[in-house]
Unconditional design. Structure first.
Lengths: 255, 255
């Protein structure tokens, strides 16, 4: 029990065990859809019947099924009205270096994204738009945080995530053949005028501060999404979704 | 005090008074940026100094400034750690009929959107992409709900919102010159192959159920955002953002 609470709340415990928690049926289903390695499925009162297809699929995938009491779920969970199923999953293999990635793909780089919903949404858009990986840099929320996992809707298992502490090192590590396009709220060329279809990195900064000027030397081209009306900016997850799907659009035009 | 609590929590009270609440400095700033009518700004302990530019702008706009105690804010607020400024705003004038809208514009129609963050994000994307209005149909979250207002980032004042109870009546009410493009997760022509730049309605359904088949006769063309990998769907707010900015992109190509 203490271990499960720690896996939900402590990034270091997740790292050292290379395990993390999926809360509720949707993240578990998303994981099974992507052939993720689920170690144990915990099933609360009534859930065996209510979620029998899920329990069957998890069992067939090799997961141990354990019953758990309602009060125990309440004590472990991070949500207000916890659902009666959760799972311990094995962290997907991480890509060690951008050199291992398809050099003709689109890489999404995020810098110090703090909000778990934003990082989860970016993972989801990156996966669904066919990006090759997400590189999360700087002091960002842990990608295996339960809220990130939930809002990624399974994408945490569907797209490689590279974590690099230092954004300078991250941007320097990219192949010189890759153009680095940084997203700015107020300056830059139109995002849709750039060749986003492949061999490039699209870079998104922190929610409050954007991309720090320290990184100027490592941005090849500033890009912006032109806004109309009195809107001052888009939320970073929306901006990343718009850019990721423009990249997908361009990719299908090319082929 | 009771009135303020009711304005935050009861849609009927908001309707009858034609007033609603802005919680925290960002929605208030967004309202002032759009020349919204702020009736009263409530300022908690320490906030006059901390938010003096905001208080000045509100005063100049004609708002009454009232001091309020910290405990009172705690009791009124809907957020866990309430910020020490909030305001009573006058509801913007609503557009009565789609006939009053620019017939060459892009109208965003939402059906039974339940999640306040989703509706707020759709308002924000619709405004920022230059759509002419948002028509919210069916049994949806109130657009003046404080969470919608917050996630709209001011857009609730920047784009007209039409509310229509019956989605059939809503779709029937649109000009016959307007093509009605419905968004579906799994079927339809590619969204970017459609003429989205003007004289059309882009229609998004409920989070769980999409667009009901009852509405089939009122959809002229099904559209979809092609998804890659194992992603099954996008969140409705992301899908609407992607489609709204594709419409904006097409509009600038035309001009």
């Amino acid at each position: 029990m203490r271990r499960l609470r720690a896996l939900l709340r402590e990034p270091e415990v997740r790292r050292s065990e290379r395990r993390f928690i999926l809360e509720g049926p949707r993240p578990i289903m998303g994981a099974l859809d992507r052939a993720a390695d689920i170690e144990t499925l915990f099933v609360g009162p009534g859930a065996t019947d209510a979620f029998s297809p899920l329990v069957d699929r998890a069992r067939k995938s090799g997961a141990a099924i354990e019953r758990i009491k309602g009060e125990a779920i309440e004590r472990i969970s991070t949500t207000r009205s916890p659902q009666p199923v959760f799972a311990v999953a094995v962290m997907p293999e991480t890509v060690e270096s951008p050199a291992d990635l398809d050099p003709s793909g689109t890489l999404v780089v995020t810098i110090a994204i703090n909000d778990p919903g934003n990082l989860g949404t970016i993972l989801r858009s990156a996966e669904a738009s066919g990006a090759i990986a997400v590189m999360s840099c700087g002091s960002a929320v842990d990608p295996f945080n339960p809220k990130v996992v939930r809002s990624s809707a399974g994408a945490i298992f569907g797209i490689p995530v590279l974590e690099v502490d230092d954004p300078v090192r991250a941007l320097k590590s990219l192949s010189p053949n890759w153009q680095r396009f940084g997203a700015y709220a107020d300056a830059g060329v139109r995002y849709d005028s750039l060749p986003l279809a492949g061999g490039c990195a699209v870079i998104f900064g922190n929610e409050a501060h954007g991309i720090s000027s320290d990184l100027d030397p490592f941005i090849d081209q500033r890009m912006t999404i032109p806004l109309l009306g009195l809107a001052e900016s888009l939320n970073v997850a929306m901006a990343a979704s718009v850019v990721c799907f423009e990249a997908a659009r361009q990719r299908t035009l090319k082929s």
